[in-house]
Each structure stands twice: as C-alpha cells, then as structure tokens.
Design a protein around this ligand. Structure first.
Ligand code: XMP
Length: 578
C-alpha cells in the first residue's frame, strides 16, 4: 500500500488483510527498487491534486517492474499523470454514490455487475488515458471512471472499493489480489501468536517489561502477550485511577489484571491530584492540558519509585499499526500521542531502545482476533472506545450563569461545546429543539448551516422545567458533578447493554450539561453514534421504548433537570462535547 495521504490508505490495507493477504503501508515515494519482490502494489487515494507542485507522487519506475499496480482515486490519477495521460479539474465534484457502468470486463472487473453503485469522492479526474490504456468503466459525471493496461497489469479506478457503500468492492480487490497478482490467502493474525511471543523474548533479551494499563483493548492484549511470553515474574502493570473513570471501571480493570497477573499488577490512586488541579477550570483545552501533564507526572513518579528506569526494565506499550505510521491524515492522533507516549521518562526509554510494542503490525480488528485466541473475554475485547481523559471531557463546564435564549427554531443554550467544521475546530453554542422526534435528525445539519453561530442541535426528551426557564450555572469539574454524571452514565450503559442497543452503535457518550433550574442544576445529553473510526460519525436514534425507560430513570437522579438527545453528526459537531 503506497500512502498518498488521507485516511483511506489504512482502510484499504485493512480490507486487503481481511481478504487474507498481508499488506504493509509505505510512504508513496518509496524507491521502486524496494518494491521489486512484492506481489502487488496499491496506490491509495489522497486529498491533493497531482498537477500541483509538491503533491504526493510515486517513483514512476514502479510501473515498469512487472509488478501489478492498482491505483485508487488519487492513485489512478497519479498513474495517468505519470504515464502520459491527462488529469483535469472536473466542472463539479462527485461525492457519494454513483452508478458505475463497466464498458470492458477485463480481469479487474471479472464477476462484477455491468451497472452497480459505487462510492466516489473526487473533483479532479482523468481527462485522457495514457497510450495503450483502455477506458474500462464510466459514470455520468466521470467518463473515465476506470482504466487498464491488462498486458502490463496496470489498473486504475476512480471509485473506492474499500468502503462498504461500494457494491462489489471486495470483488475488485479480490480480482486484483488473487486473479491478477497471484497472492495466496495466507494471512491470519491469530496464527502469528507464536511469532509475536518469540519476538517479545528476542526484544526483551532477559530484561523485564513494565506496562501502564488503561483497561483498553490494545494495552490489555499487549500485556497479556508479554505475560505469556515471559511469565508473571518478568512483567508488571500499573493502572492510574484518575478519579475520572466511569462507575465500576477501576474494579473491572483490577479484576481482569489481577486474574491475569496477580501481584504483578497495582492500582495507583491519583484521584486527589487530578481533581485538585482541575478545580475551577472551564475551558476544554485547559482541562485536557492539565490531565495530560498530570498523567505525565504520575507516570514518572511510578517509573522512578519502582526503579523501573534501571537497565533491567523495558517499557511495553499497546501501540497498533496505524499509530506507528506518520501520514498527513493522522495529525490529530499525533497530538494525543505526544500527551501519553512521550513522557520524558518514557522518551528516555525509547531513545535507549528499551521499548516493546508487540502489536505494532496489527490493526484493531486483528488485535481483537489475537485477544480472542489467547483467551481474553468478549466483554473486554468488544468494549466501546473510551477517551483517555475520561469523564472530564463529558462533564461540561461554564464560567457564566445565563438564561437560554429563544429564537425562531428553538432555544440557544448558554454553554459552549466543541465542533469541527471545514477541518477546523469550533467552540460554539447549542440549539435546543423543544420536542424530540426521529424526523428532527434530518434537520440538524441544515439548521447549523443556517444559523452559523451554533455547532450542535439537541432535542429535549423530557424536563422538569420548560426550556425558557433553563439557566446555566457557574460550574467546573467537582466530586458532586462527576458522581452525578457517573450515575447517569451507568444507567444508560446498563439499559443500552441489556436492550442490545449497545451492539448496534459504535460509542455512546453521556454528557453532563450545566443547565437546569434551582435544585436541579444539570441536564443530561444522550449521544449514541455510529462510526467506523471516530473520524466521522452519524447520530443514531434509539428505539422509543428504550428511550422512555432511560429518560424515566435519568430524571430520578438527584440534581438532574432535563434529558436531551444530540442529533448532530460529525462534522459539524465532534463526538465528545469536552
Ligand atoms: P471527537 O470528539 O474528536 O472524538 O469526535 C473522536 C474519538 O476519539 C475519542 N477521543 C479520545 N481518545 N484520548 C483517546 O484515547 C483522547 O484524548 C481522546 N479524545 C477523544 C472519542 O471518544 C471518540 O471516540
């Protein structure tokens, strides 16, 4: 997989692996001489234009190696551009579903329907194919939607076979891998376990391994593999209780790790340190910074106090494949990484080659497969992702007490939350609609576009007071509000799991909003979403009976005034409110 930028690259590599073929991601500019022994090369999509100076390119020699090449989207355009064809700016973009008509059933389109729906996302397009290439498919907007030189085994497609919306996407990838490139179906992550354990022993070279456990899937599987490879006496894990965890989380992690590792696991109570530093802090980025820095401080204290920094210890981390690769599309994960993986003490370990990352070549789904094969429970492996800063980014704070303001479409709530519009972060008010209905989901984005100064739309499901009477109150993160949020989150999780709704969604944040009335100062926002990787997300309605039961129970929690439902996709909102 040659990475031409953007998020698609990893998705394609994942799909290839799902088909049982090992794929590795390389920067697009990698020298052709290093690719001679590959069975096939795929060039990914990306956001740039091939004709602009400085845009990602490939070594043109890759097209003469005799190795089959498949260019996808930008990859197709690069193939055309570098082989003497023409790429032009389209008169209009083509985003979303399009009807693809296959005009030449070559080896890539074998078994593919003559007309089918495919997912497109481009504005540039190939205007002229290079000499000796044939146009093999078209759409109404894009006359050259695919091209091929069957003899040289060079293929290019404008649509995205890796996304689920493309009908027969897997047929295309399968034809390329097996029919054209002659790959074998021999990649199975759970068959790699022995190899991983050997590698752990080789890297450890007699030294012991220390982990910071979070209860997340990756670090738990990585820890468990080290435990199997080295034995209990040679691994140690510490879990930092920040006081920002959900109900029962610390107990859950304690139980899982103690069962695996016995005395080689410890819980470090750092609640007071975190909560005292967060007292009175309102601004989301300030909260994040404090939490990141405190994590660093606690981790360093643990490493120093246990003498884990001496030569007989190395650090284990649950880093997975997408984290190890620098690409233009992962700027955000880079920021998260500097918080947690670049502590000064840890940095020293990295620099002296004392870091072990047994899952660095695996994708998330593969990590789950490995986890299952070594006997970890589904309860642990199938958990929804939970952010490192914990409930702190779901406990909204505000510096002023204000009344909700009425406008034509509803009420503007006097609190700010984070959103993402046009690739940049926003911090704006929320529009509250007076009545919840499933039909309202469709109107959220339009309302935000119209109003301009809001980045979210919620609808009121139930409240102890009308919207007109709701006020914000000066609020930060404290024990009382955290406990309120924890209770509500626990109710939501219990009902979501028992009703089976939990399995249908990707994540279900529950947010405490500092809006209410005297005696009931806060409200709750329900935010169930569907997503593939958290980069984009769709707000999901829940069954009416479940919502009723959830709302009834939440309304009984001390201090809770109203229950809102977040109707906003990402973008324009983010998943978390911060
Ligand atoms: P947003 O709010 O940016 O969230 O739409 C996208 C996904 O990232 C998770 N998230 C985090 N995960 N550390 C993490 O490990 C963090 O600091 C962090 N912040 C957000 C969020 O829960 C969602 O799944």
């Amino acid at each position: 997989m040659l990475d031409a930028g953007g998020q698609y690259c990893h998705l394609i590599a994942r799909r290839v692996r799902e088909l049982g073929v090992y794929a590795e991601v390389q920067p697009s500019e990698v020298a052709a001489s290093l690719l001679e022994d590959r069975r096939g090369i795929i060039i990914s999509g990306g956001p740039a234009s091939v004709y602009e100076p400085g845009s990602p390119t490939v070594d043109p020699e890759i097209f003469s190696l005799g190795v089959p090449v498949l260019g996808i989207c930008y990859g197709l355009q690069l193939m055309a551009h570098l082989s003497g064809g023409k790429v032009t700016k389209g008169t209009k973009g083509e985003y979303g579903l399009a009807q693809l008509k296959v005009t030449e059933h070559d080896r890539l389109f074998e078994g593919f329907q003559a007309v089918s729906e495919v997912w497109m996302s481009h504005r540039d397009r190939v205007g002229e194919v290079p000499e000796d290439f044939l146009v093999t498919a078209t759409t109404d907007t894009c006359p050259i939607a695919a091209m091929a030189n069957d003899w040289r085994k060079l293929y290019g497609i404008q649509f995205h076979p890796e996304v689920v919306h493309t009908q027969g996407g897997k047929i295309i990838l399968g034809n390329f891998l097996f029919g054209i490139a002659g790959c074998e179906q021999d990649w199975q992550p759970d068959r790699q376990i022995e190899e991983i354990e050997d590698e752990i022993r080789r890297t450890a070279r007699g030294r012991n391994v220390f982990f910071f456990a979070s209860g997340g899937v990756d670090s738990t599987v990585a820890f468990s593999l080290c435990l199997q490879a080295l034995g209990k006496d040679r691994v140690h894990a510490a879990y930092v209780d920040t006081g920002l965890m959900r109900e029962g989380e610390t107990e859950f992690v304690r139980e899982v790790f103690t069962k695996m590792a016995g005395d080689s696991f410890e819980v470090v109570d750092a609640k007071d340190a975190f909560l005292s530093k967060l007292a009175g802090v309102v601004e989301p980025e300030a909260k994040r910074k404090i939490i990141g820095e405190e994590f660093v401080a606690v981790q360093e204290r643990i490493l120093e106090s246990g003498h884990f920094l001496n030569g007989s210890w190395i650090l284990g981390q649950g880093t997975i494949y997408p984290d190890t690769i620098e690409s233009g599309g992962s700027a955000k994960s880079e920021v998260i990484k500097t918080h947690h993986n670049r502590v000064e003490g840890i940095q020293r370990l990295i620099e002296s080659g004392r870091l072990i990352e047994p899952l660095a070549q695996f994708y998330k789904d593969e990590v789950r497969e490995v986890g299952r094969a070594i006997g970890l429970s589904d309860e642990l492996l199938d958990r929804h992702p939970f952010p490192g800063p914990g409930l702190a980014i779901r406990c909204l704070c505000t510096a002023e007490a204000e009344q909700a303001r009425q406008i034509e479409s509803g009420y503007v709530l006097p609190v700010l939350s984070v959103g993402v519009q046009g690739d940049s972060r926003t911090y704006r008010s929320t529009l509250a609609l007076e009545n919840y209905s499933e039909a309202a989901f469709a109107t959220a984005t339009e309302l935000i576009n119209q109003l301009g100064d809001v980045n979210r739309v919620v609808a009121l499901v139930q409240s102890a007071a009308p919207l007109a009477e709701l006020r914000s109150h000066v609020s930060a993160i404290d024990e009382e509000r955290l406990s309120r949020l924890r209770q509500c989150d626990s109710i939501v999780r219990r009902l979501s799991v028992s009703s089976g709704f939990e399995e249908k969604i990707w994540q279900f944040p529950v947010v405490l909003l500092p809006c209410g009335v005297e005696g009931k100062p806060d409200s709750i926002v329900l935010r169930p979403i569907d997503s593939v990787d958290g980069m984009t997300a769709r707000a999901v309605p829940m069954p009416a009976a479940l919502l009723r039961q959830m709302t009834d129970e939440l309304s009984l929690v001390q201090g809770i005034c109203g229950v809102f439902y977040d109707l906003t996709n990402k973008p324009p909102a983010t998943i978390e409110w911060e």
